[in-house]
Design a protein around this ligand. Structure first.
Ligand SMILES: [Zn+2]
Length: 164
């Protein structure tokens, strides 16, 4: 099933033999730690579980080859958007707090939850747009182009943890 990968028992992850970066398609990966390890979860029945040396896994990490420059872009984009989001959240919370007396509790509570969801979603979207600005794949898009990942998705695996 996973031919061009070797299983690292210590880290419980599949490490690619391929070194060409999936994200820019140009550079080569120099160390395994530059890889992006995408977690995949089994969603339906037990038959699709990856069995390695009689140990069964319902969550596995698949390494997507990545060069150090793409790794830096991914990390910098994420931290930049987190700082911007944090700033906006503080601003919004102070506006809410400042107008606390004028607003109904319902609006305050609703606004607070909208803020949390907006911050999580907005930060993710912002990270993606920063990454795309560098002309490389986002973490997720790159992972989706990987053939092993595709095969596992077809076999019933998922990027999101199934709720028990
Ligand atoms: Zn790259």
């Amino acid at each position: 099933m996973i031919d061009n990968y070797s299983f690292n028992e210590h880290h419980k992850r599949f490490e690619p033999y391929e070194t060409k970066c999936t994200y820019c398609g140009e550079n080569h990966m120099k160390t395994m730690n530059d890889c992006y390890f995408v977690p995949l979860f089994v969603t339906n029945d037990r038959t699709n579980i990856v069995v390695y040396r009689s140990v069964k896994y319902s969550k596995i990490l698949i390494g997507i080859p990545r060069c150090s420059s793409c790794k830096a872009i991914h990390e910098q984009s994420a931290s930049k958007s987190q700082w911007i989001t944090a700033g906006l959240v503080i601003l919004a919370i102070s506006l809410l707090a400042y107008n606390f007396m004028l607003l109904s509790p319902f609006v305050v509570v609703g606004g607070f939850f909208a803020l949390i969801f907006g911050a999580i979603y907005g930060s993710k979207k912002m990270t993606e747009s920063f990454v795309v600005g560098h002309d490389i794949y986002t973490l997720q898009d790159g992972a989706e182009t990987n053939e092993v990942v595709r095969d596992l998705i077809v076999a019933g695996w998922s990027f999101t943890q199934p709720s028990a």
